[in-house]
Design a protein around this ligand. Structure first.
Ligand code: IMP
Length: 431
């Protein structure tokens, strides 16, 4: 396998977990480079379903080293809970996982601030996952963040005191909510010291050494391009860059280490949280549409981190084309094709229209995007089942025509096609 960056190229929840899980056994190293416990992928260990938020899914494979890079934000309690679940299932996490010394920590006051801001915004809220992601990244860029290496610093106490004073000032004076108690923060710091310091490493150095030795690396992204802090639907985005370029800065490697960028997207579109979504058909707030409801129900569209129902809509090729461009995607992995089985027709959004003008690209302004209406191409649906198909020959002609049109309008070949939740439900295609 080539060194591959695997990223989501819609609004997250594209099925990255399954694709990464498929690719991980072929990689010597799996490395996370951005985001934090806002992400979530479900793994089946024994007969039990487990949602991992921070530990890369490669952790189940005996010969795979899992790395968490400097570009991520790590909540010590969350990762420790995941480690304990994995250890309980007999997985030697201590041997397989390393965390960057430069990682930023999410502390209880970040979550409190996230919650207070969202509550204060009321209807205008972003709909964050409530995991403290934004405030943790803010502290990083404001140069007051607490990194894993700081667990060894004699100045840590004073730094926390200063950060907590500032955050509590905002919580009590501006948001009029309770402050965060220092003992709560200290408990988390102590957990990080005891459990995370033994796993701390210079992740960039490990990657360079492994690459030099000829090992294969899989770079695992979280969220999706439309949630990227620069290229997504700002401000309705997450607080990190989610495009392929983030893999380099989020791990400390150069572009020469990357061979391919796999862009993962559903055969339709979903979104959780607020913000523009031009092809939206159906949501839990009362937007009704038969095809949209079909996708939501058949696709079991509920967030794995928050359990919130996802908004659903047709495949948006303007979004995917934008992602192909800004993330340098070399191949598409299309998931959940089978969810569309049984629909009499399927639609593809190929452009937008705003004030009588046709747009081929995403406007930078969220309000401008909100004002766009989709220009659709309607293709015939298929009544046959594609569920579990393992070769293109098994697909009905209408499904093939749909995929071919996606390739044309997104200007990118489809290299993988997922036709169900199991590992075996996959079609590999030559670009
Ligand atoms: P935050 O990352 O928790 O700050 O949330 C910001 C926005 O990104 C919200 O709309 C979230 O719903 C969305 N978001 C964050 N992580 C994910 C994810 O893993 N999947 C889907 N949406 C996400």
């Amino acid at each position: 396998m080539a060194n591959t960056i695997a990223i989501g190229i819609q609004w997250g929840d594209e099925g990255k977990g399954k694709i990464v899980d498929l690719l991980a056994p072929r990689a010597d190293v799996v490395a996370r480079f951005q985001g934090g416990p806002n992400a979530g992928h479900t793994l089946v260990i024994g007969n039990e379903k487990t949602v991992l938020h921070l530990v890369p899914s490669g952790i189940l494979h005996a010969d795979t080293l899992c790395l968490i890079g400097n570009g991520t934000v790590v909540a010590p309690e969350t990762i420790i809970e995941e480690m304990d679940t994995l250890i309980g299932a007999g997985i030697p996490v201590d041997e397989r996982l390393r965390i960057s010394d430069r990682c930023q920590l999410i502390l209880p006051y970040h979550r409190a601030l996230d919650a207070a801001r969202e509550a204060a915004k009321g209807k205008g809220r972003i709909g964050t996952t409530g995991r403290g992601i934004g405030p943790a990244y803010e502290d990083k860029t404001a140069r007051r963040g607490i990194r894993l290496i700081d667990m060894l610093s004699p100045g840590l106490d004073a730094k926390i005191a200063e950060n907590l004073a500032w955050t509590n000032f905002q919580l009590t004076e501006y948001f009029k909510v309770d402050p965060v108690d220092r003992t709560e923060v200290d408990a988390v710091i102590e957990m990080a010291r005891q459990r995370l310091l033994p796993l701390m490493a210079d992740v960039a150095l490990i990657l360079h050494q492994r690459h030099k030795a000829g090992d294969t690396i899989l770079f695992e992204g979280a969220q999706g391009t439309m949630l990227d802090v620069d290229f997504g639907t700002y401000p309705y985005v997450t607080s990190s860059n989610t495009v392929a370029g983030a893999a380099l800065a989020g791990l400390g490697v150069g572009p020469g280490m990357v061979d391919e960028v796999l862009g993962i997207c559903k055969a339709y579109t979903t979104r959780v949280g607020a913000g523009p979504f031009p092809t939206e058909l159906y949501n839990a707030d009362g937007m009704e549409d038969e095809a949209g409801r079909y996708m939501a129900e058949k696709g079991q569209e509920f967030g794995s981190t928050t359990g919130r129902p996802r908004r659903t809509g047709w495949f948006d090729a303007v979004v995917v084309r934008h992602a192909v461009r800004v993330a340098g995607v070399t191949g598409l992995a299309i998931t959940k094709l089978d969810v569309l089985d049984g629909l009499p027709e399927v639609k593809l959004c190929v452009a937008y229209e705003r004030d009588g003008e046709r747009l081929e690209t995403i406007p930078a302004d969220a309000a401008a995007l909100e004002a766009c209406t989709p220009v659709y191409e309607t293709l015939s649906g298929w009544s046959e089942s594609t569920f579990g198909a393992t070769s293109m020959a098994q697909l009905p002609a209408a499904a093939k025509a749909f995929l071919q049109r996606i390739e044309e309008v997104c200007e990118c070949p489809v290299t993988m096609l997922s036709t169900g939740p199991d590992r075996g439900h996959i079609i590999h295609l030559d670009p």
